[in-house]
Write a protein that binds this ligand. Structure first.
Ligand SMILES: [Zn+2]
Length: 371
């Protein structure tokens, strides 16, 4: 399930929901929370009220409009809740990370550490954070959801915010093994692409949730290939026969939208590496420098045309047109052959041949999370 685009007046929202969890939805407060902002030394705190809370309140409204009825909005306007807000400096940007829903300092430290690890994983793309500023809000609550992170979303309004709802009994290790935080942060590599471009944006986040975690050491690289392959399998099972652009526009066929989209980026990445001596991250890095904005909408055709301008040729646009019209999951035989991936008895096999291994390593291999 993915809530991709909402408009309230002139406001735009970008949301992506963890598709595994049926209705784990926490209540968003309409109140305007105050927050504690540590100084650079982390000792002196000052109180901040207002803007973020109002933004999130609007987000709550957006979510209520978009989500099933089980997303109940709290309109009781309870007293403001203090969060634990800290600044996280990463190459290329500064993040404001807020933890809500716990009074345990150790737990707050753990959640901040988790957010920092996820943020640093994004550095394994091109060595710097894609936006100069962003917020991460982590809200802990009781939940019976199986997932340690039952809900995640990215909103774009008055800046960019990633919101992560965490099960209060989720251990730090469980959080580290979950994909949601890196998925949401990976959305910051692209502009908001509207409902038409939902498959493109969810695809990039789904591809990078595995690639970036493997590069950062949060996921074993073989496991990352297996997770990608499993995602492709889920996407392949969507058999409505509708074009991908239609599923994307109508918020249907979530698994094909996510994973055909991931296949697009995998294919594009491999084509860049094999045919151009370039990489997806190199192209995205240049796009970041020239064109990326955290807010505002870019048509998907414009986005891929810009990537082609950077990369040369029409690798992105031609593939985009083909994928958007496709009524079935894209064939990946060529990509799998290049990567040395095959399936035997339902299990993904990874070839030991040096060429495919080198290509797999080039995509998923460990790399530093700081520069
Ligand atoms: Zn997403």
């Amino acid at each position: 399930m993915c809530w991709n685009f909402l408009r309230i007046g002139q406001d735009q929202r970008f949301m992506s929901q963890d598709p595994r969890s049926p209705l784990p939805l926490p209540t968003l407060s309409m109140s305007s929370p105050s927050m504690s902002v540590p100084s650079a030394a982390g000792n002196v705190r000052r109180r901040v009220r207002g803007a973020v809370g109002r933004g999130l309140a609007m987000l709550g409204l957006a979510a209520q409009l978009a989500a099933p009825a089980a997303w109940a909005m709290d309109d009781t306007r309870e007293p403001a809740e203090a969060g634990d807000l800290r600044r996280l400096d990463v190459p290329g940007g500064a993040l404001q990370v807020e933890v809500l829903g716990t009074t345990d300092p150790q737990r707050a430290d753990d959640l901040h550490r988790w957010a920092a690890e996820a943020a640093r994983a994004t550095l394994t793309a091109y060595g710097r954070f894609p936006l100069r500023q962003a917020r991460i809000r982590i809200e802990q609550s009781a939940s019976h959801a199986r997932s340690p992170v039952p809900w995640g979303q990215t909103s774009r309004r008055d800046g960019v915010a990633v919101l992560l709802y965490v099960r209060e009994d989720a251990t730090l290790q469980e959080l580290r093994e979950d994909w949601t935080a890196v998925h949401e942060l990976a959305h910051l590599f692209h502009p908001y692409l509207g409902a038409q471009g939902r498959w493109l944006s969810e695809g990039l986040a789904s591809y990078y949730q595995n690639v970036l975690r493997a590069r950062a050491g949060l996921l074993d690289d073989e496991d990352a290939w297996r997770r990608l392959d499993a995602g492709f399998g889920r996407g392949r099972r969507e058999d409505s026969g509708l074009p991908l652009r239609e599923l994307s526009q109508d918020h249907r066929g979530t698994m094909r939208v996510y994973w055909a989209g991931a296949a697009y980026w995998l294919e594009a990445d491999l084509a860049l590496r094999r045919e151009r001596g370039s990489t997806l991250e190199a192209v995205l890095s240049q796009y970041d420098r020239c064109c990326l904005r955290g807010t505002g909408e870019v048509a998907p055709e414009t986005f891929v045309a810009e990537l082609d301008r950077i990369a040369g040729g029409d690798l992105f646009a031609s593939r985009f047109a083909r994928y958007a019209e496709a009524t079935t999951f894209p064939p990946l035989e060529e990509a799998y052959a290049a990567l040395g991936l095959s399936t035997r008895d339902g299990e993904l096999q990874l070839s030991a041949d040096e060429g495919p291994r080198a290509l797999r390593r080039a995509v998923m291999g460990r790399r530093p999370t700081t520069k």
